[in-house]
Design a binder for this molecule. Structure first.
Ligand code: SAH
Length: 346
């Protein structure tokens, strides 16, 4: 058991069993959520309790294997080694409204999207709640920059690790912990329809981002295998239900791929299909992944696509690419590192 995966009431139970007064739980919780690496840093606890906790529940922290900082925009990318030797990536982006961390939710991914580096080796395992929390905590500790926003857009499919992700959200949102508002959190999914419905039931105020990437099934089937299980019409219906339940506008991600999904007709088709659903589009020029033949759209195609959507009444922003000089699109750093490890052992 890792204490950092526990909610405050659960931690209180653990401390009660150690015959501790109830106020201790909050002290320990607050320290853990500051990212301390050693119980001896918990200076307001008696030494005997620090020793007991250290023996029973060692604090673990991921190790920095690579840390790259963009010379252009200050984006920092971390490659962490987890306690079992697996690696995941976290990216810290600096926006005018605050520092945003993009976290991974799984080691690898089983969704198989054709353009994505994270899925190339498949799913290795899902992250525990404390491991996602650690990504945020230690990015903050290492960079010295306070984190105000979180996006679940790194390696992995958050809704394929549903329970752990829900618990992580509860932890990071807790007033005694990082106290990050749900409105400052975005969760991105490739479109697992039953899980979107499950999420809707929780009525969280986070932003749901849906990786749409295609105007219709013919195109989406080719680049996103998940579409064969949950075709785009079912996905859009789930988005409608999600909006009904939460009153939160859906944010659609759309990676612009040259000659695949970027024609003005594609934008028009999207407009027809989205009718009545409050939506925002994030247009992302495809990040080229070495292993893939897919290429990014031209600037002109992106601009024309954006204009068509906006003329049709759907807001669309072209995502500024941060950290282009440091492999900051997720999955690429881990992939290169793993390949190097394999080469080194040859
Ligand atoms: N599994 C989740 C979240 C992870 S990826 C999801 O699918 O939404 C975050 C976003 O980056 C997704 O929209 C994903 O489709 C997109 N993405 C992955 N590889 C990309 C690439 N090479 N270029 C542009 N966007 C990419």
């Amino acid at each position: 058991m890792n204490l950092k995966s526990l909610t405050l009431p659960e931690l209180a139970e653990v401390l009660k069993e150690l015959n501790q007064p109830s106020f201790r739980a909050k002290q320990v919780y607050t320290w853990l959520h500051k990212g301390v690496r050693d119980y001896d840093e918990m200076t307001n606890l008696p030494k005997s309790l620090r020793d007991t906790l250290a023996e029973k529940y060692p604090i673990c922290a991921p190790k920095v294997v690579r840390r790259q900082q963009s010379a252009r925009d200050g984006t920092i990318k971390y490659l962490w080694e987890l306690s079992d030797g697996n690696c995941v990536e976290t990216v810290l982006m600096r926006y005018h409204y605050g520092n945003t961390v993009c976290i991974s939710t799984e080691v690898g991914c089983r969704m198989g999207c054709a353009f994505c580096a994270s899925t190339i080796g498949g799913l290795v395992r899902r992250l525990e709640p404390y491991e996602m929390l650690d990504e945020v905590l230690f990015t903050q500790v290492d960079s010295g920059l306070p984190v105000s926003h979180i996006v679940l857009m790194g390696i992995g499919e958050p809704l394929d690790n549903f329970d752990n992700v829900m618990r992580f959200l509860e932890l990071v949102n807790s007033p005694e912990g990082m106290n990050i508002s749900m409105r400052h959190i975005s969760l991105s999914t490739c479109g697992l329809v039953p899980k979107i419905d499950e999420l809707a039931k929780r009525r969280l105020q986070l932003t749901l981002s849906v990786s749409l990437h295609a105007p219709n099934d013919a195109v989406r089937d080719k680049i996103m295998p998940v579409n064969r299980a949950y075709p785009s019409e079912e996905l859009l219906d789930a988005c409608r239900r999600y909006y009904q339940a939460t009153s939160r506008r859906i944010s659609f991600e759309y990676a612009m791929i040259d000659g695949v999904n970027d024609r003005p007709e594609d934008a028009k088709e999207l407009l027809r299909r989205l009718k009545g659903l409050p939506a925002h589009f994030n247009l992302i020029p495809l990040n080229h992944v070495e292993e893939s033949p897919l290429k990014p759209s031209t600037k002109a195609a992106v601009a024309a696509f954006q204009k068509t959507l906006e003329d049709g009444g759907v807001t669309a922003t072209v995502r500024r690419t941060l950290g282009g000089d440091i492999d900051a699109s997720c999955g690429q750093l881990r992939r290169k590192y793993n390949q190097k490890k394999i080469e080194d052992t040859r």
